[in-house]
Structures are given as C-alpha cells and as structure tokens.
Write a protein that binds this ligand. Structure first.
Ligand SMILES: Nc1ncnc2c1ncn2[C@@H]1O[C@H](COP(=O)(O)OP(=O)(O)OP(=O)(O)O)[C@@H](O)[C@H]1O
Length: 225
C-alpha cells in the first residue's frame, strides 16, 4: 500500500540553526503517529514541512504521491483547506468570531453557505461536548473548552490528515486526556490520519506508532515501545 504522506531526507535550517538534518517520515490513512523528542529537536519543523506550511531546503514531501514542492502556492493552500486539519497548543481561534463561527470557518473558506456551515459546525461542537458555548467568543471560554472548539474546527472539513502540535500542552491532565480521546475517536471514524507532536508519553499513548526526532533526524520506534 502506498503511504498517504511521506517525507524523504528533509533538511531545513533557520539561518545557521539546523532544524531538520535528513528526516524521513511516513503515515498511512487512518494511522495515528506520535512525533516525540527533546525540545528544539525539530518536531514542529517536521510537522510544518509535512503540512506544506514551510518548504524544506532539501528533500521531498509527497501527499497521495504528489510532490508538495511541485504545486503552486495557491494549489498548496487549496490542498491544505480541503484535506488537512490543524490543532495547535493554544487553540489559535479567531478572537472576533464566536465559537460556532470559528468551527464553520474552514467550510466557509471552501465555499459552503453560512447556514449549512454553521449547522455542521454545531454538530461538531456537540460531538466535542461544547455546543453550550457556541455563541461565546474564544476569550469567554475555558482552555479545555477552547481546545475542544479547536478540535471541532480541525475535523469539520472531514480532513484526510490532522496535524496536531502539542494539542493538550496547555491543559490539565484530565482535560488533556478527554481532548485526546475525542480527537482520536473522531479522526478514526472518518479514517483521518493524525500527526501528533507531543513530549508527553501519556498523550503519545493514544498513537498507533511513535517516531522520535533527535538532532533533526526521525527514528521510527515501531516494535521498540
Ligand atoms: N522560525 C524559526 N526561526 C528560527 N529558528 C527556528 C524557527 N523555528 C524553529 N527554529 C529552530 O529550529 C530548531 C528546531 O525547532 P522546532 O520548533 O522544530 O523544535 P521542537 O522539537 O518542535 O521544539 P519544542 O519541543 O521546544 O517545541 C530549534 O533550534 C529552533 O530554535
């Protein structure tokens, strides 16, 4: 079977700081892969390269066999909107929009009419157990609620890959575990893959497989756990 998303020999430096130095990675449809490793080892940079947010200096990222570098900026943006979902450590919700408008945003950006987009967003908020705050702004909800809203936003477009960078990093352990459960359940139901950057082993425990990034290189821990 061809992997859904692969990276070969990725190199990326920021000025004289090497962030990636020959990293390989691969994830199949529906698979949950935890990317672990020490602070500054290159985990977020790997995630950004895989998602086509940052171009590597060298090496290739292929999604469904297509080289991301061969796409135009507009094509890469369209691909991200249609096929990828994102969850970050601090939600990164749009503060001026209500929670339901935030979740509806990816649908609105791909052309869905407001009424339908907000109806689907409300369903996702209910799934993530936060439909009671749908008319609140992000500044009026707790960290745990905001992160559930962010997960709903990442999944509303039925993405093929969810990129989650420390999605529970700002939450207490109980909230963190619930957010992970909801994220993994929802993604698995739609056979979405999850690239999960975390330094917490209890978060990585939700994955099928662990990859450790060290000094800009990724090592598959399959069978070693
Ligand atoms: N935009 C940037 N500009 C300059 N240097 C950067 C940038 N992003 C990352 N780096 C550097 O690249 C290296 C890898 O950073 P990266 O954020 O990928 O690591 P990480 O493993 O995700 O770290 P953490 O666990 O602390 O978030 C670090 O030395 C970092 O300082």
């Amino acid at each position: 079977m061809t992997a859904l998303l692969t990276a070969n020999d990725l190199h990326k430096s920021y000025a004289s700081t090497p962030a990636l130095a020959g990293a390989d990675f691969s994830i199949d449809a529906g698979e949950v892969v935890a990317v672990m490793g020490p602070s500054g080892s290159g985990k977020s940079t790997l995630l950004h390269c895989l998602a086509g947010l940052v171009p590597p200096d060298q090496g290739t990222v292929r999604y469904q066999g297509r080289d991301l570098a061969a796409l135009s900026d507009a094509e890469r943006s369209a691909l991200r909107r249609a096929d990828f979902g994102f969850v970050f450590q601090f939600g990164r919700l749009v503060p001026e929009l209500s929670c339901v408008e935030n979740v509806a945003l990816p649908l609105r950006l791909t052309g869905t009419k407001r009424k339908e987009a907000e109806a689907r967003a409300t369903e996702w908020l209910a799934r993530l157990e936060v439909d009671d705050v749908r008319h609140h702004r992000p500044g009026q909800v707790s960290g745990g609620q905001g992160q559930r809203v962010a997960v709903a936003r990442a999944l509303v477009n039925n993405p093929r890959v969810v990129f989650a960078d420390e999605p529970t990093g700002a939450l207490d352990s109980l909230n963190g575990e619930r957010v992970m459960q909801l994220l993994v359940e929802a993604a698995q139901e739609s056979a979405a893959a999850i690239v999960l950057v975390t330094h917490e082993s209890r978060v990585a425990a939700f994955s099928d497989r662990e990859v450790v990034v060290r000094d800009g290189k990724a090592r598959d821990m399959a069978g070693a756990a």
